[in-house]
Design a protein around this ligand. Structure first.
Ligand code: GCU
Length: 335
């Protein structure tokens, strides 16, 4: 009898403990997020723009107390840049960071911000992007159903190839050079006497390896991160363009958010851009060092050659900027 009573009490105590456990678990359980959103990035995980994206996602989650969760997909898992832009315009992808060359294919006024030899240096570009002109362009993408959040750094772009060092305009002549899928970039390379081959970023390594192209053009971190330096070891620091990058939200997603959430997201986007710019400058040096250590031969252009390159690309200013002369003048005045 006594044993039976003890057994009953033990059972009751166990059940009570289980019940308390369930309640505690329920209380501690994070509420399910209100929004689970996607973020597309075509660079690899440890690349500065991917680090910026993750920083952004973490900050948004923290400041909305888990109500907004952003899943960052790197290495073009959500598609190539051009396809991601299309998807965002229809609400299929929520956030992304994209190169302006690609975005300008849909909103051509953006070309004015990435013309060859436009900026004197990085400080000049940031004076433009961080000022009124940059803000107006962030707003300009609303007409293509995107919401511009912030500007990311992508440094300057340079020619590299597997054939010969470039020191003069003539060295580029006849080379097959990969460009982004951008009319402006095709015209720029053709003006310089080379043959432009538009390809997506993901296709460049094998095209270099197979020899279907002789070279390409990009910044130091992209050249190093994608291993292009292993198959194209002549790098010319000609800095022909500075192509900024934009962090974006699909307008369809943006319109679902409350004013308070919009403010948080904008703040986090700006802070993530500040973070990316810092990481960027460190990475440029590291990538340059890695490439040189692995046998990359670096050349540059003397003043006279830079002048010749500049003169050659003048016709594309007329073609791409004649409707935006006022903005172009303002950009030049920021010098
Ligand atoms: C840079 C840029 C990418 C872009 C690439 C390209 O690396 O960050 O977004 O896709 O240039 O050359 O296509």
């Amino acid at each position: 009898m006594k044993i039976k009573r003890v057994a009953v009490w033990v059972t009751v105590a166990l059940l009570a403990a289980v019940a308390v456990g369930i309640v505690v678990k329920q209380i501690n359980k994070e509420p399910a997020p209100e929004f689970v959103l996607t973020y597309a990035e075509n660079q690899s995980d440890g690349y500065p723009t991917s680090m910026g994206a993750k920083f952004f996602a973490e900050q948004v989650e923290e400041r909305t107390h888990g109500r907004i969760k952003i899943l960052v997909y790197t290495s073009a898992q959500l598609g190539r840049e051009a396809d991601v832009i299309t998807q965002m315009r229809y609400g299929g992808v929520d956030f992304a960071r994209v190169s302006l060359s690609q975005l300008a294919e849909v909103e051509p006024s953006l070309n004015v911000l990435q013309m060859p030899y436009l900026y004197n240096d990085s400080a000049h570009m940031w004076a433009v992007l961080d000022g009124e002109i940059g803000d107006d362009f962030l707003r300009s993408v609303e007409k293509i159903d995107l919401y511009g959040l912030s500007w990311y750094d992508a440094g300057s772009r340079n020619f590299y190839n597997s054939v010969r060092p470039i020191r003069r305009l003539e060295d580029l002549e006849g080379m097959k050079i990969r460009v982004q899928q951008s009319d402006l970039m095709v015209d720029m390379v053709e003006c310089l006497g080379a043959t432009a081959v538009p390809l997506s970023y993901e296709e460049v390594y094998s095209a270099l390896e197979l020899g279907t192209i002789d070279g390409a053009e990009n910044n130091w971190p992209s050249y190093e991160d994608t291993d292009h330096y292993r198959v194209a070891s002549y790098f010319c620091e000609d800095e022909h363009t500075r192509v900024p990058e934009m962090q974006l939200c699909s307008i369809h997603t943006w319109n679902l958010l409350s004013d308070e959430d919009k403010k948080i997201i904008e703040r986090c986007a700006i802070e993530s851009a500040e973070y990316e710019r810092k990481v960027w400058s460190e990475r440029v040096e590291k990538s340059r060092e890695t490439a040189i250590k692995n046998g990359v031969k670096v050349t540059s252009l003397d003043k006279n050659e830079i002048k010749r390159f500049r003169e050659k690309v003048q016709p594309i200013y007329e073609k791409y900027c004649s409707d935006y002369m006022d903005i172009l003048e303002k950009i030049i005045a920021e010098m």
